[in-house]
Write a protein that binds this ligand. Sequence first.
Ligand code: FER
Length: 314
Amino acid sequence: MKKSKISIILALMTAAVCACGSNTQGEEAMTAQNTETNEIDERCPITYDATRNNVSYGEFTHGTYYSETCQLERGYSILLPADYSQDKKYPVLYLLHGIFGDEYSFSQDSSNKIKEIVGNMAADGLIEETIVVCPNMYATSDPDQKPGFDSESVLPYDNFINDLVNDLMPHIESTYSVLTGRDNTYLAGFSMGGRETIYITLKRPELFGYVCAISSAPGVVPTKDKFMSHDGQLQESEMKFADDAVTPNVFIICCGTRDSVVGTYPKQYHELLEQNGADHIWYEITGADHDNNAIKSGLFNLFKQIAYDKSNNH
Ligand code: FER
């Protein structure tokens, strides 16, 4: 056979294998290999952030709730599983955006692959089908107030703990068919959302069993960076759980090694938590900047730890 013919046949065979979707032996082997341990994978494996043609993914929709905290009607995006049904109950992940973001930051950026990661991991039976709620984290009662790099302009982010706990979570729990309690309630955030994730987790650890703070912004403790001076939500010695507190089953702090925005602040949080005896997992994503590589990694590893912990401990 001529060389050109052979290469055409090879190309067709490769295309046929690729078109088969996820149920190739290779991917199944990868699934088993990657997810039966609780080891961290620095990068979200391709098999989890890829669109598979045999999986139905959920879609984001938008909802509103009345916030007593802000005295305003406020919005959120929500990712319901494709076959969401009132006859089932689902765990919920609250996912917090970065500075200048809003409830559309995650839902309108298809590159973060949230739908795919959650859908693929559920399709493989690793995690339960999970609802993802993306709030607007700027909890102000003044509709004209805008975020910025000064103490007053970031206060509404620090106020989000009140809006989340007192207004949004009760709304979600009474509106959707959700499992409640800390083992079914997860919290994650990126950058400014990572900072608030750490703060909320330390303040209210009884509410969230599984937590991941990705590329967290400075300001949990006092510091000055290239953007502003931070008064600090907590003193360094307070960066821990209360002595008698129940603590998260999984608390991940992670960051890219090339983060050009928050630099080594996440590592500093890790070191403070370690010094103060607060249990957590710390890892770095080699080569990742302040970007979706870090987000995909954090979300994948959060769900992987949830899968492992729930099948081994809970
Ligand atoms: C800061 C550095 C980074 C800061 C916020 C950020 C409020 C947030 C970045 C992001 O959300 O992407 O000093 O102060």
